[in-house]
Design a protein around this ligand. Sequence first.
Ligand code: FUB
Length: 342
Amino acid sequence: EKASEPAASETAATDSSKFLSQPLVTEIFTADPSAHVFDGKLYIYPSHDIDAGIPDDDLGNQYAMRDYRVLEMDKPGGKVTIGPVALDVDDVPWAEKSMWAPDAAYKNGTYYLYFPAKDKDGVFHIGVATSKDPMGPFKADPEPIAGSYSIDPAVFTDTDNESYMYFGGIWGGQLQRWHTGKYDESAGETDLKQDDKPALMPKVAKMSADMKSFASPPQDVEILDQNGKPVLGGDHEKRFFEAAWMYKRNGKYYFTYSTGDTHFLNYAIGDSPMGPFTYAGHILKPVQGWTSHHSIVDWDGKTWLFYHDTQLSGKNHLRNVKMTELTFNPDGTIQEIDPFKH
Ligand code: FUB
């Protein structure tokens, strides 16, 4: 009888939940994890998901977040500390609601929190708030960053100390409404519906030395296919949707993003932080839940992917952040992760 029992390792292999990364915190719902290493410690700047009782729609009104809380970790696999409220929408003079995916940066003794929110007219802009402590509390500037719009700011500081903000998101993120450079509500609620034309591209702007304004107007982040042609609007498995993140490795710039309605995390590689970038593949297959949003950071000798899914709630708008190791092939390409096997 003993011989017919499966070995312990075989039993484990059939139970995929044993291989899932586990939520980093369970006390609150968190999403869109932007991870940074400051002074050797890891800080995560996530969205703080709440249930506001708003039904799901394609504009994401169910993502009705109102504040931010920072997570801190001493070592991979170590205890995760949940900070107090770092910034509340009531303390942002220009913002009314929808405190979506934030990011943070550090320069010259100051920590900067960047966040998208809707103003009183329901239009997304990007705000900035500062603190002397990476956990906050942060004090918001009275106005959004001049010339900013749409969602999902990601600020990358290069080895020459220049910083860049990547941003944008279509559908509920409103990027399609800025296709002329001015807000145009008639552009609708999804994309420009031009499947055989270049897709709407994310934006990048160099930051001024004060880290609170753009040094130059935002420009397109060009994502090209293997033939050097822009990825098309109809190519939903490749085109940019939201969740920009820049990661630099061996002198190459990896522009990474979510494909939204096809639920992949993708990457495209370039030689400059301003692009262009050539599409290179998927990083993460679809997770449980509609959205996928991530960051990539080197820490403790490894490269980590921070991402989220809905393991704790089973609901799209109540997410939990996770981390898992990212592995590169010798040619610099990324080994695609199946979230149900990690
Ligand atoms: O968390 C709200 C929105 O959902 C984010 O801004 C998007 O990237 C998506 O994750």
